[in-house]
Design a binder for this molecule. Structure first.
Ligand code: UDP
Ligand code: MN
Length: 241
């Protein structure tokens, strides 16, 4: 049987949440053997999301994983970190060592072929992500079937300058690293997570035809603040006339 993909999605309450999740759900419905860990940045399990997940019929776990207030005040904020930490903790507490872990944000776009690629992950697999910053792509450079470097618009001090959506981890490999963690450090979450599982170049499995194809895009939905509603009293006035 196929190994299960634990698809970890951080999400948070805003007016784009429902449409983002509906769109993502309709991708995941096409994928066999998937377990959706929907980790909401909110202090309770929201009843609308519960109902939505039940109706979908996919195996799921709904986590309430709010960002600690301390981090919410920071600029930049560690977006989605409390959520992913919650999901890692959920997996570890259950000693799930069979399956694949993938961090898939709620606003990205996923080609169905991505799922067949990451399902084969033995330890850590990597592949390009489209629409990342200035270069429009972030991903490994592969020579003779081996990852030898990375292309990314913002390398900074990162040893692993990759996007969150650009790698997958086998849970047996994760379980071998008891210090695995994702710290609250904006910009460095991927790098520090991959360091915590003692990644080295030799074990990286390039996917998506030796990293020449883009199967996931870092699409971003335009957001805006909620407006203050001003209810017109025109008709109320009319009625009183
Ligand atoms: N996110 C969250 N809480 C927040 C902001 C973002 O849980 O306060 C989630 C969001 O739903 C997404 C992930 O964290 O799955 C990354 O956030 P976003 O897509 O806004 O960041 P970007 O892609 O612009 O870096
Ligand atoms: Mn995003």
């Amino acid at each position: 049987t196929l190994p299960v993909i634990y698809f970890v999605t951080p999400t948070y309450p805003r007016r784009e949440q429902a449409p983002e999740l509906i769109r993502l759900a309709h991708t995941l419905l096409h994928v066999p053997r998937i377990h959706w860990i929907l980790a909401n940045d909110y202090n309770a399990c929201n009843a609308y999301l519960d109902g939505f997940l039940v109706k979908l019929g996919l195996p799921f776990t709904h986590l309430a994983s709010p960002m600690p207030e301390f981090y919410r005040k920071k600029k930049p904020m560690p977006r989605g970190v409390a959520n992913r930490r919650g999901a890692i903790q959920w997996i570890r507490q259950r000693n799930i060592t069979n399956g694949i872990l993938y961090f898939g944000d709620d606003d990205n776009t996923y080609d169905l072929r991505l799922f067949s690629e990451i399902r084969e992950t033995q330890r850590v697999s990597m592949f390009p992500v489209g629409l990342i910053e200035e270069y429009s792509v972030s991903g490994p450079i592969v020579k003779k079937g081996k990852v030898v470097g990375f292309l990314d618009s913002w390398v900074a001090e990162r040893r692993w300058p990759v996007d969150m959506a650009g790698f997958a981890t086998n849970l047996a490999y994760l379980a071998e690293h008891s210090n695995a963690s994702m710290p609250y450090k904006p910009g460095y979450e991927e790098d520090l997570f991959l360091r915590s599982i003692k990644l080295n170049l030799n074990i990286i499995e390039p996917k998506a035809r030796n990293c020449t194809e883009i199967l996931v895009w870092h699409t971003q939905t335009k957001t805006r603040e909620r407006a203050t509603l001003r209810i017109s009293n025109k008709y109320l006035d009319d009625r009183s006339n």
